[in-house]
Write a protein that binds this ligand. Structure first.
Ligand code: APR
Length: 282
């Protein structure tokens, strides 16, 4: 693989490896691009099929759900169907291998609502025959690892749109048994409509995850942004916070982004560059 890597990328990989060798505190922010090679379209990719006429931004909001709950619920059920059999790619796996190695203190923050980081960590533990902290089998909808900090919620969880009570009847099912029915569900407590437990445009981020992310960004020596367009705030502001506090910023993205504070750009797909980077670090 390295032979195919361009001279510029090899050079930048070398620089990134050197910086990481001299650092211990790392904050990593991932976005939709890290899951693209697993077959999950990114947000700013054009939607396909039935959903071609909509923009993701126009469906992922409380206003859209209020206006047309069937439409928004159907879209999420369609996305769940699209994602349910997807597996982590070599970027998720390399990252899990790095975390498992314990060479650095890594805080992993994601904007993604899929559970591919969790699946990769599970895969890494089981391939080493190490006991797992969580006894839940892979593919369980509650397979959420507390060391992956989700800023934008979880695709596999639901809650009431009115009283916010978690809706567990469906969320507790293994993915293979999930009902992708587009019929709306009501809360057993208050009869409000059940919605995905996702942070929509205009909504606040979960306080705990955000505090951890801010603290990690402010205190890290290296901030690595992987597969995000850096367009959506407040997550996009984490790199700036890290930079202001003296961190080096590494970006992994085949395309240019809105992030203007980058020290080293690894301009390639995450699934190609992450295994190369982690091989060099470990
Ligand atoms: N490897 C790395 N990056 C990639 C790859 C890849 N294989 N494929 C695409 N990308 C990059 C694109 O170049 C783009 O910059 O991933 C980025 C995806 O950008 P977005 O679709 O904007 O996704 P993201 O930044 O995660 O969006 C942020 O916006 O819609 C909301 O809440 C949603 O969490 C989401 C947030």
């Amino acid at each position: 693989m390295l032979a195919e890597t361009s001279a510029k990328l090899t050079d930048n990989l070398q620089q990134a490896t050197q910086i990481l060798a001299q650092s211990s505190q790392i904050c990593i922010l991932t976005g939709a691009g890290i899951s693209a090679e697993s077959g999950i379209p990114t947000f700013r990719d054009k939607q396909t099929g039935l959903w071609e006429q909509y923009r993701a931004e126009d469906l992922a909001s409380a206003e859209a759900f209020e206006r047309d709950p069937e439409l928004v619920w159907s879209w999420y059920q369609w996305r769940r169907q699209l994602v349910h059999d997807k597996a982590p790619n070599s970027a998720h796996l390399a990252l899990a291998r790095w975390q498992q190695a314990g060479s650095h203190k890594i805080t992993l923050v994601t904007q993604n609502v899929d559970d591919l980081h969790e699946q990769a960590k599970h895969h890494e533990r089981t391939s080493r025959h190490e006991p797992s902290n969580d006894s839940k089998p892979l593919g369980n909808l509650n397979n959420i690892d507390s060391t992956v900090h989700h800023l934008h919620g979880h695709l596999w969880r639901n809650r009431c749109s009115q009283c916010h009570k978690p809706y567990t009847e469906q969320s507790a099912q293994p993915k293979s048994d999930i009902d992708f029915d587009t019929k709306l569900i009501h809360c057993s407590e208050c009869d409000g409509l059940i919605r995905p437990d996702i942070v929509w445009f205009g909504e606040s981020l979960p306080v705990d995850s955000w505090q951890i992310a801010e603290q990690a960004a402010a205190n890290c020596e290296v901030f690595i942004s992987i597969g995000t367009s850096s367009l959506v705030y407040p997550a996009a502001g984490l790199a700036q916070l890290a930079k202001q506090n003296g961190a080096k910023i590494i970006e992994i993205n085949p395309n240019p982004t809105a992030n203007s504070f980058v020290d080293i750009t690894l301009a390639a797909k995450a699934g190609e560059v992450m295994p190369l980077l982690v091989d060099r670090i470990l």
